[in-house]
Design a protein around this ligand. Sequence first.
Ligand SMILES: Cc1cc2nc3c(=O)[nH]c(=O)nc-3n(C[C@H](O)[C@H](O)[C@H](O)COP(=O)(O)OP(=O)(O)OC[C@H]3O[C@@H](n4cnc5c(N)ncnc54)[C@H](O)[C@@H]3O)c2cc1C
Length: 480
Amino acid sequence: MNAIIDELRAICPISTTGADLAEHARDWWPLAMRWALQAQVPQLPSVVATPSTTDEVRRIVLACARHDTPLTVTAGRSGVSGASVPLFGGVVLDTTHLRGVVSVDRTSGIVEVLPGTFGPDLERAVNEHGLTVGHFPQSFDISTVGGWVACHGAGQFSTRYGKIHDMVVGLEVVLADGSVIRTGGAPAAAHGPDVSAMFIGSEGTLGVVTRVWLRAHEVAPVRRKAAYFFASFADGVAAMREAIRAHATPAVLRLYDAIEAQRSHGGDGSNSTLIVLDDGEPEIVAATLAVVDRCALAHGAVRAPDERVDHWLAHRNDTSGLQALTKKGFVIDTMEVAAPWSKLTSVYTNVVAATSAVSGARSVSAHVSHSYLDGACIYFTFVGQLSSRDITDATTAEHERLYLAMWNAAQRAALTAGANLAHHHGVGLNRGRFMREAMGDAFNVVMALKQALDPRDIFNPGKLGLPTRRGAMPWSGSST
Ligand SMILES: Cc1cc2nc3c(=O)[nH]c(=O)nc-3n(C[C@H](O)[C@H](O)[C@H](O)COP(=O)(O)OP(=O)(O)OC[C@H]3O[C@@H](n4cnc5c(N)ncnc54)[C@H](O)[C@@H]3O)c2cc1C
């Protein structure tokens, strides 16, 4: 590795300190966090490189290719699936020095931004032009534009502003052979397959995204809110479906089952709660909320105080409750999948039943978080408890066993009931074992793309469930 480290030193700032290497060997995936706490990461990278130009990225990629060294891109490291864990060591390319808004086309509402730009910095810059990108993931403060693109993310206001693929106008990408391509451009091109789409969700396995052009919207003049209680989760889902099918698409439309409604909003745990928030022109917002109101009442809802929405707004990015439970030794994770409306309630009941049946599972709950004309994302939280809460080697193995058992039960029940594998947390390391099962022979196309663009398996080997030529996987999970 010394030869490549010397080459990288001549290109951009690098670090080989133990603290930096360890820090860049984990993201927010619960197992990666736990491994990091116990100094048991699968493998440390040898060096962290922090380029600040596309040309520096290109030269790093070429150096890795010459030395046949794996290259893992890391950004905010807020991923929750282990996507940026450098499984086979090598070089970590940290994008956070590739940051800032480069230009704003105010007339078209297009912002050109570097990939390591964090959410607040992007919004502040476009707000100065009276614009918003409208992408507000719960991890807004700790995630980057490149990470949103690479993980196919969704923000909390996506029902109005769309998912990241609705926002991407084009990309600049450095490929494994060192070439730099520009995708997209003017809207709605019909010149063959959409090349931008091939990189959205590719999780650093096909290239390094070095520049992004995003659609931005006028900052909304009006915001309105509403909230409802439903006697059952199924009634709430029916009301949401009707509103969305009638093209009422408020920025936020979230339905919490009774457990989550009580956890977040208090109450006696007998009602599901729907919260609604819309931003836009006053006439459109008024019409949207009127349709939602009609659909909710038609399904037996009772109007709830708007404070429910204020409470959600104030606490929506606060994960301290789950973190406190983790520190107490509970085994916790979340799983987000999307399903057609016709299957959404059976996905809910089947996942809750299958996961609750796992020995050690204590609580399984869900909310519907993002809606589309044909279906919605349902976001589960599961909590398990070990008999002993001391962190020892034995409980670590036990922790992982319970964690995998809950994931396998939940994911398989979701797939069987007609949901997809992931809605916005991606695949990373955690879900690789389900890719063939979820995609069938369509996965062959993903493998062929990887083979065509990165035949020497330089980029993020071992992720997305892709086969790797770099040896046995240090961790692949157990699917049974
Ligand atoms: C508390 C919390 C809440 C979250 N809420 C949401 C949410 O509401 N919506 C949502 O979508 N996600 C959410 N996430 C997940 C996570 O924040 C997203 O996946 C985010 O997009 C990751 O961005 P990042 O900059 O942290 O990327 P990282 O975690 O550093 O990297 C993720 C993957 O992207 C690749 N990558 C990053 N940048 C590039 C690039 N420039 N070129 C090529 N590959 C790249 C990496 O190699 C890796 O495979 C949440 C996470 C946490 C911890």
